[in-house]
Each structure stands twice: as structure tokens, then as C-alpha cells.
Design a protein around this ligand. Structure first.
Ligand code: FES
Length: 90
């Protein structure tokens, strides 16, 4: 069963199939939930290949913020389909 590990919260969650990271409000802080505020930014410590590709909303916000680190994702825009370890940035 795939597992998401939240480094800051020292917690992990098992899931089946896939899961929207925006459902992980117990472990990640969210604001707009629409890819506009950046509050939900996480660094993908491992398992980046198990996340959905960046959305246009993510590309636009990271360009505005001049952040080009491919390991940084917006949790509200990401879906996991396998193991991943996430570190909340904000
Ligand atoms: S909650 Fe605002 S960008 Fe994700």
C-alpha cells in the first residue's frame, strides 16, 4: 500500500490507488487551494515520480516567485499514486 510521509508532522498516511494532497490538511497548511497563494508548498524529499506532473497553476506561480526547483510542489495541485516523502516549506 502506498505511503505518504510528512517530515514536519512526523506522520505518515497509507492510501489506496491515488490521493489528492489537498486532502492532507492534517499535515500540510493550505490557503487558497487553487494554486495561487503558495502556502502549501512542499519539498519532495523522495518519490517525485509518484506525483502528478506540475499543473499550469504551479508553473505560473513558481515562475512569478522565480523558483525553479523541480522538487518543490504545491500540495493543493498534486496527486500521489505511490510512496512519497514531503517536507512542508512554509
Ligand atoms: S493552498 Fe494556495 S497554492 Fe496551494
Amino acid at each position: 500500500m502506498p505511503n505518504l510521509k510528512f517530515v514536519n508532522a512526523e506522520e505518515s498516511v497509507d492510501f489506496e490507488g491515488h490521493v489528492d494532497l489537498k486532502e492532507m490538511g492534517d499535515f500540510i497548511t493550505f490557503g487558497c487551494r487553487s494554486g495561487k497563494c503558495g502556502i502549501c508548498a512542499v519539498r519532495v524529499v523522495s518519490g517525485g515520480d509518484n506525483l502528478s506532473p506540475r499543473t499550469p497553476n504551479e508553473e505560473r506561480l513558481f515562475e512569478l516567485l522565480e523558483m525553479d526547483d523541480p522538487a518543490v510542489r504545491l500540495a493543493c495541485q498534486s496527486r500521489a499514486h505511490g510512496d512519497a516523502v514531503l517536507f512542508e516549506i512554509n
